[in-house]
Ligand binder design. Structure first.
Ligand SMILES: [Zn+2]
Length: 398
């Protein structure tokens, strides 16, 4: 079974390329998915160069200058030589190399160019981390960035955050329900408003409705109860808001289509990952009831449409329960098409897997549901005894 381990450039810098690859190939894993373009974070790294690792927004290679000539947005420089020799080192071990690319989550670019970030229903740009996929400059940047990663000679470009992102405030002492948070997270920048209007949506009415509803909760009204569904949203916010939310899919689908074509032109292939599985299960491995494939529309991800445009998909199966992993993979395949490559991304340890047996059960469940590959997230975040569960998961899943 095809497989990979997610690896951060800080892992390679800390332990060295040879040592990391020897360890991973020793698990029987057939590739690595390296963080070629990543976002800022502060992570506990149990066997890293330091036990707490501070990551910065950055592209960890030197992008070809011609790709970004004349563009307003260019990659934030990271560790420029971090991937040197990696492709050759993988080839020597017959391992595949995938280029993990974070597209629209970039606080450095957003802070420098606030006008390309999302704007909420009140007209505020409160999330400079989130570049808006409707902005033309962001779209040009995304296509060029995909080409740049493809030119590293990777077997695939693995796209993260190539869609709208949910609202994630660090503090809220207002009890926002899922639906209020969703409305608060919708982008109403000029480009989003225009795209929705072009599709026949009454965008300004949608914005006013969102501002009225979220405003009333901020003023002390009780939040809406229950998860976000189209029916619940229609009842709560009305048809214009639902139409506006659905119109976001056109923005994302066309962008992903352009990126997938660019990657194919460069001789690689796109693996599209939507964050819905992480939104649901990241914190504790106990995802909310709706399957990721059924709720992806909330981030503007239309999996049925993307199934015709993208060759491969990664499913963030962040769940403790093996049956849930299988259900998520199955629902994904039904959405994108049975002939598409679906890769299940599993966390081998906390908070999803408390034993090798549980990881084995999930790999088996993913395979039985039709996944063609299992990827493990992530090398530098998991203690060595947790990574040691991977061989069993691969051998027994086959
Ligand atoms: Zn926007």
């Amino acid at each position: 079974m095809d497989s990979s381990v997610y690896v951060f450039v800080e892992d390679l810098r800390g332990e060295g390329v040879e040592r990391v690859l020897d360890r991973i190939s020793g698990y029987g894993v057939t590739g690595i998915t390296v963080g070629a373009v990543h976002h800022a974070s502060r992570d506990v790294t149990p066997h890293g160069l330091s036990r707490l690792t501070i990551r910065h927004d950055g592209a960890h290679f030197t992008p070809p200058a011609d790709l970004f000539a004349g563009l307003r947005l260019a990659p934030v420089p990271g560790y420029s030589g971090a991937l040197d020799g990696l492709r050759e080192a993988c080839a020597k071990r017959s391992m595949k190399l995938h280029g993990w690319t974070v597209f629209l989550r970039n606080a450095t670019l957003g802070t420098k160019h606030p006008d390309v970030t999302v704007r909420d229903c009140f007209g505020d740009r409160g999330s400079l981390t989130d570049l808006c996929p409707a902005h033309p400059d962001v779209r040009e940047y995304a296509v060029a960035l995909a080409r740049a990663v493809a030119r590293l000679g990777v077997d695939s470009v693995v796209a993260e955050s190539l869609h709208f992102r949910p609202l994630r405030p660090e503090r809220s002492f207002v009890p926002l329900g899922p639906m209020d948070a969703y409305l608060f997270g919708l982008c109403f920048c000029d480009y989003c408003l225009r795209r929705a209007t072009d599709l026949g949506v009454n965008a300004e009415v949608a914005r006013e409705e969102c501002a009225r509803i979220v405003g009333s909760v901020l003023d002390g009204d009780p939040p809406a109860q229950g998860e976000v569904t189209r029916a619940a949203l229609t009842a709560y916010a009305g048809p214009d808001v639902v139409a506006y939310a659905r119109a976001r899919s056109e923005t994302v689908t066309t962008l992903v289509s352009e990126v997938a074509s660019a990657v194919a032109e460069e001789g690689s292939k796109l693996v599209f990952i939507d964050s819905t599985g992480a939104v649901k299960g990241y914190a504790d491995g106990l995802p909310t009831p709706g399957l990721a494939a059924h709720d992806a529309w909330q981030l503007g991800v239309d999996l049925v449409a993307l199934g015709d445009l993208v060759p491969a998909f990664g499913v963030l199966a962040y769940a403790r329960d093996a049956a849930r992993v299988a259900d998520d993979v199955g629902a994904y395949l039904r959405s994108v098409g049975k002939d598409r490559e679906v890769r299940a991304v599993l966390r081998p340890g906390h908070p999803d897997s408390d034993s090798a047996d549980r990881l084995v059960a999930k790999a088996r469940g993913a395979k039985a549901a039709g996944a063609l590959a299992v990827d493990f997230y992530a090398y530098g975040l998991a203690p060595h005894p947790v990574l040691d569960r991977i061989p069993a998961a691969l051998s027994e899943a086959v």
